[in-house]
Ligand binder design. Structure first.
Ligand code: NDP
Length: 326
């Protein structure tokens, strides 16, 4: 038997509970893992609270991130005692995920834990940090160098936002953080933001072209905010769209694209090929240090997951939550 969070749905009810499961209930997969840590992301919040249609089949063990030790493998790529890491691939949505003490997965979804990172460090980074790294790499590929101007990060206190600020600052960029929680400015400055703006500046209906303010942006918010970001990006700049915390709509015009030549680049972490994952995680292992992880993350146990999700969905969590599942 092992402990897990389990989501169930019937005609009248949607609920998540901490429960005991039997190994015989695990889904199919060629690698079985003793999970050491998982983490909580916005998507896990949608899945556990039922506020978004994330879970595609029931019952479901949520958890889009996990790290652990291989205990059984039919794959040539991994053997017992290997330390492995998983982000995405629909795990925690279509296939049982990481908020459990045991997981059975497809080996092609895994990557080896980078040697420079401890299991706990990797979950402090998690999908949020990995997505932030993918976004920074996308800006670099589009020629966004430090001398081009300021870089805007929205959803600054969230997981993707916090890591985007920290990575960009470490690489020497001049970072502007947009937040609804100005009272957390000291935290955002400690991560490396040089300037903090109120997210209300960006969330209301604006003109199709506005004053050019930043050379690039990493956006977790979508909707009107993303439209205003595009409208205020400097000539030739790049905007990386990662998230939809404000909404999934994109009420923009073609003006910033055809008059200022800006690029809107989409960031998907879920289906990302193996080589991109390895490249992003290797960069993270080089850039991220312990003092930063201590600032950004805090740890909870499996029995605190459900109450913590309420706070996450209410926008009251800062940075990242690591879940010690044992
Ligand atoms: P978090 O919940 O940690 O952070 C989201 C942040 O967005 C909040 O902290 C808040 O920042 C801001 N925010 C919340 N509500 C609103 C609102 N109504 N308007 C404007 N800002 C708001 O989430 P994550 O960082 O884990 O994820 C951020 C987004 O990125 C989510 O939409 C998530 O689904 C998406 N995502 C996408 C991935 C991909 O592969 N493309 C991978 C990972 C995440 P503040 O309080 O500072 O304003």
């Amino acid at each position: 038997m092992f402990k897990a969070i389990l989501i169930n749905k019937d005609e009248t009810d949607y609920h998540a509970n901490l429960t005991q499961l039997d190994k015989s209930q695990l889904p199919l997969g060629d690698v079985t893992i003793k999970v050491s840590y998982s983490s909580l992301n916005y998507k896990d919040g949608l899945a556990i609270s039922g506020k978004g249609p994330v879970v595609r089949q029931f019952p479901m063990v949520p958890g889009i991130d996990l790290v652990g030790t291989v205990i059984d493998s039919q794959s040539k790529q991994y053997k017992s005692d290997d330390q492995v890491l998983l982000n995405g691939w629909g795990v925690g949505e279509k296939h049982w995920g990481g908020l459990a003490q045991i997981a059975r997965l497809n080996s092609q979804w895994l990557i080896p834990l980078p040697v420079k990172l401890s299991p706990k460090d990797s979950m402090a980074i998690g999908t949020a940090g990995y997505t932030a790294m993918l976004a920074v790499i996308a800006l670099e590929k589009n020629g966004v160098t430090k001398d081009k101007g300021k870089i805007l990060v929205t959803g600054a206190n969230g997981g993707v936002g916090s890591f985007s600020i920290a990575i960009l600052a470490k690489l020497g960029y001049d970072v502007v953080a947009s937040t609804g929680r100005l009272e957390e400015s000291h935290y955002l400055k400690a991560l490396g933001a040089n300037e903090i703006i109120d997210r209300n500046e960006l969330s209301q209906l604006g003109k199709p072209l506005q004053k050019e303010r930043w050379a690039a942006a990493i956006d977790s918010v979508g909707s009107q905010t993303l439209a205003n970001i595009c409208a205020s990006t400097m000539y030739g700049g790049t905007v990386a769209a990662c998230g939809l915390a404000q909404g999934m709509d994109f009420p923009s015009s073609v003006a910033p694209f055809i008059l200022r030549g800006i690029t809107l680049t989409g960031i998907d972490s879920v289906m990302r090929p193996y080589a991109d994952r390895i490249a992003a995680w290797e960069r993270l292992a080089d850039i991220i240090d312990q003092s930063l992880l201590a600032k950004i993350s805090h740890e909870i146990t499996l029995d605190h997951v459900i109450p913590t999700i309420e706070q996450l969905m209410a926008g009251k969590i800062r940075g990242r939550i690591v879940v010690d599942v044992n």
